[in-house]
Design a protein around this ligand. Structure first.
Ligand code: PMV
Length: 312
């Protein structure tokens, strides 16, 4: 019997600008996870997505990796089998996830990572993190088109990361623990579309958008310093400034803006949308003593779910 899992994630600062070569910081949310359970059967490899949006068992043999619209789960399995030069084993892999889909929490990457881990272990050839990261990145392309790679990296390594496209991942040391509230607008949004719109804006107005992207990069570097020094209070305003810059990039939404304002009014140190935007998730940095008050304000302002996560 084999069990594997992978966490959700949030982007603390730097989303969208990371697509243009700026750094971003991402953090795993270990309390929200995707799980994969492998058990022997007698009829080849079957993948059952028990409570995800997919309910149909997947037959890996019927799917080819080179087709653009391959099913993400089958593609994950195919990539693992190809990498390990293994035929599909007689195993049923059942997937389960606590992570809301299309909410900027990295659900797709976490499900792929859990599945790939379980399948490789069932084959007796566990994958190291670097190999797993490459596989999950390939699958992320189905969801995101041309992803920066930040989602798969934080989900696979499960540690706070400072990420620049094409560079080796750097881990961040946390100088003092800090508390985040993660609130879901309940509005699903496709990252691919927001990323495409920002690209169009960049092409239309390269100078103006270039300055915004550069400012986000500076802010991310400052955020890393504050995190490593444990200066939580100084980190807050950087998050709020990052939200304003993301608004200028047109990736916020009325729901996100309302939740950000509600968090700030209720005493958060800083707040911003997190991930692709246009819906999905926002985060608020809070002192532990004001967490419940800010969480209540978020719920009263329409958040469908608020999760508290301590980064340490
Ligand atoms: O998967 P999301 O919605 O958290 O967004 C990923 C972050 C972006 O910078 C918007 C896209 C990317 O590929 O980095």
């Amino acid at each position: 019997m084999i069990n594997a899992s992978a966490p959700a994630k949030i982007i603390l600062v730097g989303e969208h600008a990371v697509v243009y070569g700026q750094p971003a910081i991402a953090i795993p949310v270990s309390s929200l996870r995707a799980y994969a359970h492998a058990a022997p059967n007698t009829g080849g490899l079957r993948i059952v997505a028990a409570d995800l949006d997919e309910t149909v068992p997947v037959n890996v043999d019927s799917v080819r990796v080179d087709k653009a619209l391959d099913h993400a789960l089958a593609r994950t399995a195919r990539l693992v089998l190809d990498r390990l030069h293994a035929p599909p084993p007689d195993q049923t892999i059942t997937l389960r996830s606590d992570i809301p889909v299309a909410s900027g929490l990295g659900s797709g990457a976490a499900v792929s990572a859990a599945l790939a881990r379980a399948l490789a272990s069932a084959l007796g050839q566990p994958l190291d993190d670097a190999a797993l990261n490459e596989i999950v990145y390939e699958v992320e392309k189905l969801h995101h088109g041309t992803p920066s790679g930040i989602d798969n990296t934080v989900v696979v390594y499960e540690q706070p990361i400072y990420f620049m496209r094409g560079e080796p991942m750097e881990s961040i040391s946390i100088g003092a623990p800090f508390t985040l509230l993660i609130a879901d607008t309940g509005q699903g949004a496709l990252t691919r579309i927001a990323v495409g719109d920002v690209r169009a804006l960049f092409h239309a107005e390269p100078e103006r958008i270039g300055l915004i992207v550069d400012e986000i990069g500076l802010l991310v570097r400052a955020a890393r310093d504050y995190i490593e020094r444990g200066d939580v209070k100084a980190l807050g305003p950087l998050l709020t400034r990052n939200h304003a810059l993301l608004q200028t990039l047109t990736v916020s939404s009325p729901d996100l803006d309302r939740l950000v304002q509600a968090a700030l009014d209720a005493g958060a140190l800083g707040a911003k949308l997190s991930g692709g935007g246009r819906g999905g998730t926002m985060i608020a940095l809070v002192m532990p003593e004001s967490a419940s008050q800010v969480a209540q304000a978020l719920t009263e302002s329409g958040a469908v779910r608020v999760i508290e996560s301590v980064v340490k």
